[in-house]
Design a protein around this ligand. Structure first.
Ligand code: HEM
Length: 404
Protein backbone atom coordinates (compact mmCIF):
# COMPACT_ATOMS: atom_id res chain seq x y z
CA UNK A 1 0.00 0.00 0.00
CA UNK A 2 1.72 3.20 -1.13
CA UNK A 3 -0.91 5.85 -0.44
CA UNK A 4 0.84 8.99 0.94
CA UNK A 5 2.00 8.69 4.56
CA UNK A 6 3.06 11.30 7.08
CA UNK A 7 6.65 10.79 8.29
CA UNK A 8 7.48 11.47 11.96
CA UNK A 9 8.14 15.18 11.19
CA UNK A 10 4.59 15.51 9.84
CA UNK A 11 5.75 15.91 6.20
CA UNK A 12 3.85 14.04 3.51
CA UNK A 13 5.87 11.27 1.85
CA UNK A 14 4.84 10.29 -1.67
CA UNK A 15 6.67 7.10 -2.62
CA UNK A 16 7.75 6.87 -6.30
CA UNK A 17 6.24 3.34 -6.32
CA UNK A 18 2.81 4.89 -5.66
CA UNK A 19 2.44 5.65 -9.36
CA UNK A 20 2.71 1.90 -10.05
CA UNK A 21 0.71 0.64 -7.08
CA UNK A 22 -2.54 -1.31 -7.56
CA UNK A 23 -4.14 0.12 -4.38
CA UNK A 24 -3.37 3.67 -5.48
CA UNK A 25 -4.69 2.88 -8.98
CA UNK A 26 -8.05 1.88 -7.47
CA UNK A 27 -8.58 5.39 -6.16
CA UNK A 28 -5.66 7.64 -7.13
CA UNK A 29 -7.12 11.12 -6.56
CA UNK A 30 -5.87 11.47 -2.96
CA UNK A 31 -2.37 10.33 -3.96
CA UNK A 32 -2.34 12.86 -6.82
CA UNK A 33 -3.35 15.67 -4.46
CA UNK A 34 -0.51 14.86 -2.06
CA UNK A 35 1.98 14.65 -4.94
CA UNK A 36 0.88 18.07 -6.30
CA UNK A 37 1.25 19.59 -2.83
CA UNK A 38 4.95 18.67 -2.87
CA UNK A 39 6.11 20.03 -6.24
CA UNK A 40 5.32 20.25 -9.97
CA UNK A 41 7.60 17.28 -10.63
CA UNK A 42 8.10 14.36 -8.21
CA UNK A 43 10.20 11.19 -8.52
CA UNK A 44 8.59 8.20 -10.20
CA UNK A 45 9.92 4.65 -10.65
CA UNK A 46 11.11 5.19 -14.24
CA UNK A 47 11.88 8.92 -14.04
CA UNK A 48 10.29 12.25 -13.14
CA UNK A 49 6.48 12.40 -12.83
CA UNK A 50 4.99 15.76 -13.77
CA UNK A 51 1.90 16.31 -11.62
CA UNK A 52 0.74 19.95 -11.50
CA UNK A 53 -1.64 21.09 -14.22
CA UNK A 54 0.51 23.98 -15.54
CA UNK A 55 3.60 21.74 -15.77
CA UNK A 56 1.72 18.87 -17.48
CA UNK A 57 0.33 21.35 -20.03
CA UNK A 58 3.87 22.66 -20.62
CA UNK A 59 5.18 19.16 -21.35
CA UNK A 60 2.33 18.38 -23.76
CA UNK A 61 2.64 21.73 -25.55
CA UNK A 62 6.44 21.59 -26.06
CA UNK A 63 7.29 18.55 -28.19
CA UNK A 64 10.73 20.01 -29.05
CA UNK A 65 11.77 19.72 -25.41
CA UNK A 66 9.64 16.69 -24.55
CA UNK A 67 9.71 14.32 -27.49
CA UNK A 68 7.54 11.26 -28.03
CA UNK A 69 9.80 9.87 -30.77
CA UNK A 70 11.33 7.32 -28.44
CA UNK A 71 12.21 3.69 -28.31
CA UNK A 72 10.36 3.30 -24.99
CA UNK A 73 7.27 1.83 -26.64
CA UNK A 74 8.94 -1.31 -28.01
CA UNK A 75 6.35 -4.04 -28.33
CA UNK A 76 8.26 -6.03 -30.92
CA UNK A 77 6.81 -4.13 -33.87
CA UNK A 78 9.07 -3.54 -36.88
CA UNK A 79 7.48 -0.22 -37.89
CA UNK A 80 7.28 3.04 -35.87
CA UNK A 81 3.94 3.83 -34.25
CA UNK A 82 2.56 6.54 -36.54
CA UNK A 83 1.78 9.33 -35.61
CA UNK A 84 2.58 8.86 -31.87
CA UNK A 85 6.33 8.29 -32.27
CA UNK A 86 6.74 11.02 -34.87
CA UNK A 87 7.66 14.57 -33.79
CA UNK A 88 6.66 17.78 -35.59
CA UNK A 89 7.02 18.89 -38.35
CA UNK A 90 6.51 15.41 -40.01
CA UNK A 91 3.81 14.66 -37.45
CA UNK A 92 1.62 17.43 -38.88
CA UNK A 93 1.42 15.72 -42.29
CA UNK A 94 0.08 12.52 -40.77
CA UNK A 95 -2.51 14.33 -38.67
CA UNK A 96 -3.69 16.37 -41.68
CA UNK A 97 -4.35 13.10 -43.41
CA UNK A 98 -5.87 11.23 -40.46
CA UNK A 99 -7.96 13.95 -38.72
CA UNK A 100 -10.68 14.07 -41.42
CA UNK A 101 -10.94 10.26 -41.36
CA UNK A 102 -11.73 10.39 -37.60
CA UNK A 103 -13.86 13.58 -37.74
CA UNK A 104 -16.97 13.73 -35.48
CA UNK A 105 -19.36 13.63 -38.46
CA UNK A 106 -17.86 10.36 -39.74
CA UNK A 107 -17.74 8.75 -36.27
CA UNK A 108 -21.31 9.79 -35.38
CA UNK A 109 -22.52 8.29 -38.66
CA UNK A 110 -22.01 4.78 -37.26
CA UNK A 111 -23.74 5.56 -33.94
CA UNK A 112 -26.80 3.43 -34.76
CA UNK A 113 -24.58 0.44 -35.66
CA UNK A 114 -22.75 0.85 -32.35
CA UNK A 115 -26.07 1.02 -30.46
CA UNK A 116 -27.10 -2.25 -32.16
CA UNK A 117 -23.79 -3.85 -31.10
CA UNK A 118 -24.26 -2.71 -27.48
CA UNK A 119 -27.84 -4.05 -27.43
CA UNK A 120 -26.82 -7.35 -28.96
CA UNK A 121 -24.26 -7.76 -26.12
CA UNK A 122 -26.82 -6.76 -23.44
CA UNK A 123 -29.36 -9.25 -24.90
CA UNK A 124 -26.96 -12.05 -23.99
CA UNK A 125 -27.13 -11.41 -20.22
CA UNK A 126 -30.04 -9.08 -19.44
CA UNK A 127 -32.44 -11.79 -18.25
CA UNK A 128 -29.67 -13.52 -16.27
CA UNK A 129 -29.54 -10.66 -13.73
CA UNK A 130 -25.74 -10.56 -13.71
CA UNK A 131 -22.83 -10.18 -16.08
CA UNK A 132 -19.07 -10.12 -16.15
CA UNK A 133 -18.97 -6.57 -17.51
CA UNK A 134 -15.31 -6.73 -18.56
CA UNK A 135 -15.55 -9.92 -20.66
CA UNK A 136 -19.12 -9.59 -21.87
CA UNK A 137 -19.19 -5.93 -22.91
CA UNK A 138 -16.15 -3.75 -22.21
CA UNK A 139 -13.61 -5.97 -24.00
CA UNK A 140 -15.48 -7.12 -27.14
CA UNK A 141 -17.30 -3.85 -27.94
CA UNK A 142 -14.37 -1.59 -28.97
CA UNK A 143 -12.86 -4.34 -31.14
CA UNK A 144 -16.22 -5.04 -32.83
CA UNK A 145 -16.61 -1.30 -33.53
CA UNK A 146 -13.06 -1.16 -34.87
CA UNK A 147 -13.68 -4.09 -37.28
CA UNK A 148 -16.80 -2.26 -38.50
CA UNK A 149 -14.77 0.92 -39.12
CA UNK A 150 -12.01 -0.95 -40.96
CA UNK A 151 -14.59 -2.80 -43.09
CA UNK A 152 -13.60 -6.26 -41.84
CA UNK A 153 -16.15 -8.99 -40.98
CA UNK A 154 -17.33 -9.39 -37.39
CA UNK A 155 -16.54 -13.11 -37.75
CA UNK A 156 -12.88 -12.09 -37.23
CA UNK A 157 -13.61 -10.74 -33.73
CA UNK A 158 -12.11 -13.69 -31.80
CA UNK A 159 -8.96 -13.72 -33.93
CA UNK A 160 -8.66 -9.97 -33.52
CA UNK A 161 -9.09 -10.12 -29.72
CA UNK A 162 -6.46 -12.86 -29.53
CA UNK A 163 -3.92 -10.78 -31.51
CA UNK A 164 -4.65 -7.66 -29.45
CA UNK A 165 -4.20 -9.54 -26.16
CA UNK A 166 -0.94 -11.05 -27.46
CA UNK A 167 0.45 -7.50 -27.60
CA UNK A 168 -1.27 -5.83 -24.67
CA UNK A 169 -1.59 -8.76 -22.25
CA UNK A 170 1.28 -11.06 -23.26
CA UNK A 171 1.78 -14.34 -21.43
CA UNK A 172 5.11 -15.50 -19.97
CA UNK A 173 6.90 -16.14 -16.69
CA UNK A 174 9.82 -13.79 -17.26
CA UNK A 175 10.75 -10.76 -19.37
CA UNK A 176 12.29 -12.91 -22.14
CA UNK A 177 9.12 -14.98 -22.53
CA UNK A 178 6.91 -11.91 -22.41
CA UNK A 179 9.00 -10.13 -25.05
CA UNK A 180 9.07 -13.14 -27.32
CA UNK A 181 5.30 -13.65 -27.14
CA UNK A 182 4.82 -9.93 -27.83
CA UNK A 183 7.16 -10.15 -30.80
CA UNK A 184 5.19 -13.08 -32.18
CA UNK A 185 1.89 -11.19 -31.69
CA UNK A 186 3.40 -8.10 -33.35
CA UNK A 187 4.42 -10.22 -36.34
CA UNK A 188 0.88 -11.62 -36.63
CA UNK A 189 -0.70 -8.15 -36.46
CA UNK A 190 1.67 -6.77 -39.09
CA UNK A 191 0.92 -9.75 -41.35
CA UNK A 192 -2.80 -9.37 -40.72
CA UNK A 193 -2.88 -5.73 -41.82
CA UNK A 194 -0.44 -6.28 -44.72
CA UNK A 195 -2.87 -9.03 -45.87
CA UNK A 196 -5.89 -6.73 -45.43
CA UNK A 197 -4.17 -4.05 -47.58
CA UNK A 198 -3.46 -6.61 -50.34
CA UNK A 199 -7.02 -7.90 -50.19
CA UNK A 200 -8.42 -4.36 -50.38
CA UNK A 201 -6.33 -3.67 -53.53
CA UNK A 202 -7.80 -6.73 -55.21
CA UNK A 203 -11.44 -6.15 -54.28
CA UNK A 204 -13.90 -3.47 -55.31
CA UNK A 205 -16.78 -1.82 -53.47
CA UNK A 206 -14.76 -0.50 -50.52
CA UNK A 207 -14.19 3.22 -50.32
CA UNK A 208 -15.60 4.57 -47.08
CA UNK A 209 -13.86 2.52 -44.40
CA UNK A 210 -10.79 3.80 -42.55
CA UNK A 211 -8.39 1.35 -44.26
CA UNK A 212 -9.52 2.28 -47.79
CA UNK A 213 -9.43 5.98 -46.87
CA UNK A 214 -5.85 5.66 -45.56
CA UNK A 215 -4.81 3.80 -48.71
CA UNK A 216 -6.32 6.50 -50.96
CA UNK A 217 -5.09 9.52 -48.97
CA UNK A 218 -2.03 11.52 -50.04
CA UNK A 219 0.56 13.67 -48.26
CA UNK A 220 1.90 16.29 -50.69
CA UNK A 221 0.87 14.17 -53.67
CA UNK A 222 2.36 10.95 -52.23
CA UNK A 223 0.34 7.96 -51.03
CA UNK A 224 1.31 6.30 -47.75
CA UNK A 225 3.57 3.25 -48.09
CA UNK A 226 2.25 -0.12 -46.91
CA UNK A 227 4.68 0.05 -43.95
CA UNK A 228 3.29 3.42 -42.92
CA UNK A 229 -0.28 2.10 -43.07
CA UNK A 230 0.70 -0.97 -41.01
CA UNK A 231 2.38 1.37 -38.46
CA UNK A 232 -0.79 3.46 -38.24
CA UNK A 233 -3.07 0.44 -37.76
CA UNK A 234 -0.69 -1.12 -35.24
CA UNK A 235 -1.02 2.07 -33.19
CA UNK A 236 -4.82 1.99 -33.52
CA UNK A 237 -4.77 -1.41 -31.81
CA UNK A 238 -2.56 -0.12 -28.98
CA UNK A 239 -4.32 3.22 -28.56
CA UNK A 240 -7.93 2.62 -29.52
CA UNK A 241 -9.13 -0.62 -27.90
CA UNK A 242 -8.04 -1.08 -24.27
CA UNK A 243 -8.42 2.66 -23.67
CA UNK A 244 -12.16 2.40 -24.38
CA UNK A 245 -12.43 -0.91 -22.48
CA UNK A 246 -10.76 0.60 -19.41
CA UNK A 247 -12.88 3.76 -19.59
CA UNK A 248 -16.07 1.66 -19.68
CA UNK A 249 -14.85 -0.37 -16.69
CA UNK A 250 -13.90 2.71 -14.65
CA UNK A 251 -17.18 4.46 -15.54
CA UNK A 252 -19.44 1.53 -14.66
CA UNK A 253 -17.54 0.75 -11.44
CA UNK A 254 -18.00 4.40 -10.44
CA UNK A 255 -21.70 4.43 -11.34
CA UNK A 256 -22.37 1.09 -9.64
CA UNK A 257 -20.96 2.58 -6.42
CA UNK A 258 -22.60 6.01 -6.72
CA UNK A 259 -26.39 5.59 -6.98
CA UNK A 260 -27.03 9.35 -7.14
CA UNK A 261 -24.89 9.64 -10.30
CA UNK A 262 -26.53 6.57 -11.82
CA UNK A 263 -29.96 8.02 -11.03
CA UNK A 264 -29.17 11.39 -12.65
CA UNK A 265 -28.28 9.59 -15.92
CA UNK A 266 -31.44 7.46 -15.80
CA UNK A 267 -33.69 10.43 -14.95
CA UNK A 268 -32.23 12.69 -17.62
CA UNK A 269 -30.22 10.99 -20.39
CA UNK A 270 -29.37 14.42 -21.87
CA UNK A 271 -26.77 14.62 -19.09
CA UNK A 272 -24.79 11.77 -20.70
CA UNK A 273 -22.43 13.86 -22.91
CA UNK A 274 -21.26 15.98 -19.95
CA UNK A 275 -21.22 12.89 -17.69
CA UNK A 276 -18.78 11.25 -20.15
CA UNK A 277 -16.46 14.27 -19.92
CA UNK A 278 -16.65 14.37 -16.12
CA UNK A 279 -16.02 10.65 -15.71
CA UNK A 280 -13.09 10.91 -18.13
CA UNK A 281 -11.73 13.75 -15.99
CA UNK A 282 -12.28 12.13 -12.60
CA UNK A 283 -11.33 8.57 -13.52
CA UNK A 284 -8.64 9.46 -16.15
CA UNK A 285 -8.31 5.85 -17.36
CA UNK A 286 -5.02 6.62 -19.20
CA UNK A 287 -3.16 8.08 -16.23
CA UNK A 288 0.12 9.19 -17.80
CA UNK A 289 1.73 9.87 -21.16
CA UNK A 290 5.45 9.26 -21.66
CA UNK A 291 8.00 11.69 -23.12
CA UNK A 292 11.79 11.95 -23.27
CA UNK A 293 13.65 15.21 -22.45
CA UNK A 294 15.69 16.38 -25.45
CA UNK A 295 18.00 18.65 -23.37
CA UNK A 296 18.86 19.51 -19.75
CA UNK A 297 16.13 21.85 -18.55
CA UNK A 298 14.21 23.11 -15.56
CA UNK A 299 10.45 22.67 -15.29
CA UNK A 300 8.83 24.94 -12.68
CA UNK A 301 12.04 24.83 -10.66
CA UNK A 302 12.61 21.07 -11.03
CA UNK A 303 15.74 19.97 -12.93
CA UNK A 304 15.29 17.36 -15.69
CA UNK A 305 18.23 15.79 -17.53
CA UNK A 306 18.57 15.25 -21.27
CA UNK A 307 17.49 11.71 -22.16
CA UNK A 308 15.43 11.21 -19.01
CA UNK A 309 12.03 9.52 -19.37
CA UNK A 310 9.39 11.93 -18.18
CA UNK A 311 5.80 10.92 -17.39
CA UNK A 312 3.16 13.61 -17.72
CA UNK A 313 0.54 12.51 -15.18
CA UNK A 314 -2.69 13.68 -16.78
CA UNK A 315 -4.67 12.07 -13.94
CA UNK A 316 -3.02 14.45 -11.46
CA UNK A 317 -3.50 17.41 -13.82
CA UNK A 318 -7.20 16.59 -14.18
CA UNK A 319 -7.82 16.73 -10.44
CA UNK A 320 -5.89 20.00 -9.97
CA UNK A 321 -8.13 22.98 -9.08
CA UNK A 322 -5.97 25.15 -11.33
CA UNK A 323 -8.06 24.35 -14.42
CA UNK A 324 -11.27 22.99 -12.94
CA UNK A 325 -12.58 24.71 -9.79
CA UNK A 326 -13.87 22.23 -7.16
CA UNK A 327 -11.88 19.53 -8.92
CA UNK A 328 -12.43 17.16 -5.97
CA UNK A 329 -16.18 17.08 -6.60
CA UNK A 330 -17.66 14.78 -9.28
CA UNK A 331 -20.22 16.97 -11.06
CA UNK A 332 -21.80 15.22 -14.05
CA UNK A 333 -23.05 18.57 -15.38
CA UNK A 334 -19.66 20.35 -15.15
CA UNK A 335 -19.33 22.94 -17.90
CA UNK A 336 -16.78 23.92 -19.03
CA UNK A 337 -14.73 20.82 -18.35
CA UNK A 338 -11.07 21.43 -19.17
CA UNK A 339 -9.80 17.88 -18.74
CA UNK A 340 -6.71 16.39 -20.39
CA UNK A 341 -7.92 12.76 -20.47
CA UNK A 342 -7.24 12.70 -24.24
CA UNK A 343 -3.85 14.39 -23.80
CA UNK A 344 -3.11 17.81 -25.27
CA UNK A 345 -0.88 19.56 -27.81
CA UNK A 346 0.00 18.00 -31.15
CA UNK A 347 -0.44 14.38 -30.02
CA UNK A 348 -3.92 14.95 -28.60
CA UNK A 349 -5.98 11.78 -29.12
CA UNK A 350 -6.88 11.13 -32.75
CA UNK A 351 -9.74 8.84 -31.72
CA UNK A 352 -11.44 11.09 -29.15
CA UNK A 353 -14.64 11.52 -31.21
CA UNK A 354 -14.89 7.78 -31.74
CA UNK A 355 -14.21 7.08 -28.05
CA UNK A 356 -16.74 9.66 -26.88
CA UNK A 357 -19.42 8.20 -29.16
CA UNK A 358 -18.77 4.62 -27.94
CA UNK A 359 -18.92 5.74 -24.29
CA UNK A 360 -22.03 7.87 -24.80
CA UNK A 361 -23.94 5.16 -26.65
CA UNK A 362 -23.03 2.47 -24.10
CA UNK A 363 -24.14 4.65 -21.17
CA UNK A 364 -27.39 5.50 -22.96
CA UNK A 365 -28.37 1.97 -24.04
CA UNK A 366 -27.32 0.30 -20.77
CA UNK A 367 -29.19 2.73 -18.49
CA UNK A 368 -32.29 2.63 -20.70
CA UNK A 369 -32.47 -1.13 -20.15
CA UNK A 370 -30.71 -1.67 -16.81
CA UNK A 371 -31.28 1.40 -14.65
CA UNK A 372 -30.22 -0.15 -11.36
CA UNK A 373 -27.20 -2.35 -10.71
CA UNK A 374 -24.38 -2.91 -8.26
CA UNK A 375 -21.05 -4.70 -7.97
CA UNK A 376 -21.58 -8.39 -7.08
CA UNK A 377 -21.35 -8.78 -3.28
CA UNK A 378 -17.98 -9.96 -2.01
CA UNK A 379 -16.07 -8.59 -5.02
CA UNK A 380 -12.88 -6.62 -4.45
CA UNK A 381 -12.03 -4.72 -7.61
CA UNK A 382 -8.40 -4.94 -8.73
CA UNK A 383 -7.18 -2.01 -10.84
CA UNK A 384 -3.96 -2.03 -12.87
CA UNK A 385 -1.78 1.09 -12.64
CA UNK A 386 -0.94 3.10 -15.79
CA UNK A 387 -3.91 2.10 -17.89
CA UNK A 388 -6.55 1.70 -15.17
CA UNK A 389 -7.88 -1.64 -16.30
CA UNK A 390 -10.14 -3.57 -13.87
CA UNK A 391 -9.38 -7.27 -14.05
CA UNK A 392 -12.95 -8.40 -13.43
CA UNK A 393 -16.13 -6.37 -12.91
CA UNK A 394 -19.12 -8.60 -12.02
CA UNK A 395 -22.35 -6.56 -11.97
CA UNK A 396 -25.72 -7.71 -10.61
CA UNK A 397 -29.19 -6.29 -11.32
CA UNK A 398 -32.87 -7.25 -11.41
CA UNK A 399 -33.40 -9.51 -14.48
CA UNK A 400 -35.39 -7.32 -16.85
CA UNK A 401 -36.29 -9.55 -19.81
CA UNK A 402 -34.67 -9.22 -23.21
CA UNK A 403 -37.18 -6.96 -25.00
CA UNK A 404 -35.53 -3.77 -26.13
C1 HEM B 1 -11.55 6.79 -23.90
C2 HEM B 1 -10.69 6.30 -24.76
C3 HEM B 1 -9.37 6.93 -25.07
C4 HEM B 1 -8.52 7.61 -24.25
C5 HEM B 1 -8.71 7.93 -22.77
C6 HEM B 1 -7.38 8.00 -25.07
C7 HEM B 1 -6.30 8.74 -24.59
C8 HEM B 1 -5.27 9.19 -25.40
C9 HEM B 1 -4.19 10.01 -24.92
C10 HEM B 1 -4.00 10.48 -23.48
C11 HEM B 1 -3.38 10.28 -25.98
C12 HEM B 1 -2.11 11.15 -25.99
C13 HEM B 1 -0.88 10.28 -25.98
C14 HEM B 1 0.39 11.11 -25.89
O1 HEM B 1 0.34 12.34 -25.90
O2 HEM B 1 1.45 10.49 -25.79
C15 HEM B 1 -3.94 9.60 -27.12
C16 HEM B 1 -3.37 9.60 -28.39
C17 HEM B 1 -3.86 8.84 -29.44
N1 HEM B 1 -5.03 8.12 -29.47
FE1 HEM B 1 -6.36 7.94 -27.96
N2 HEM B 1 -7.55 7.55 -26.34
C18 HEM B 1 -8.76 6.89 -26.40
C19 HEM B 1 -9.33 6.29 -27.50
C20 HEM B 1 -8.75 6.22 -28.75
C21 HEM B 1 -9.36 5.58 -29.89
C22 HEM B 1 -10.74 4.92 -29.93
C23 HEM B 1 -8.47 5.66 -30.91
C24 HEM B 1 -8.71 5.09 -32.29
C25 HEM B 1 -8.18 5.44 -33.35
C26 HEM B 1 -7.30 6.40 -30.42
C27 HEM B 1 -6.17 6.72 -31.15
C28 HEM B 1 -5.14 7.52 -30.70
C29 HEM B 1 -3.99 7.87 -31.52
C30 HEM B 1 -3.72 7.42 -32.95
C31 HEM B 1 -3.18 8.70 -30.73
C32 HEM B 1 -1.86 9.34 -31.13
C33 HEM B 1 -2.12 10.71 -31.73
C34 HEM B 1 -0.86 11.42 -32.18
O3 HEM B 1 0.24 11.01 -31.81
O4 HEM B 1 -0.99 12.41 -32.92
N3 HEM B 1 -7.52 6.71 -29.11
N4 HEM B 1 -5.09 8.96 -26.75
Amino acid sequence: MTQPQDDDKGTTVVEPEGFMDADVAASPQHFYRQARALASVVPGVFGPQVVRRSAVEYVLQHPKEFSSAMEAVDLGQSVPLIPLQVDPPEHRNYRRLLDPIFAPRRMNAIEEDVAAMVNERIDRFVDRGRCEFTDELAVPLPSAVFLRLVGLPLSQLDLFLEMKDGILRPSGNDLDQIQSSQKEAARRIEEYFAGAIEERRRSTGHDDDILSLCMAAEIEGQRLTDDEIVGIFFLFILAGLDTVTDSLECFFAHLARNPEHRRSIVDDPTVIPSAVEELLRWETPVTTVPRVATRDLELEGCPIKKGESVAACIGAANTDDEANPTADVVDLTRDPNRHLAFGGGVHRCLGSHLARMELRVTLREWHRRIPDYSIAPGTELVYQPGLRQIESLPLVFEPVGSSR
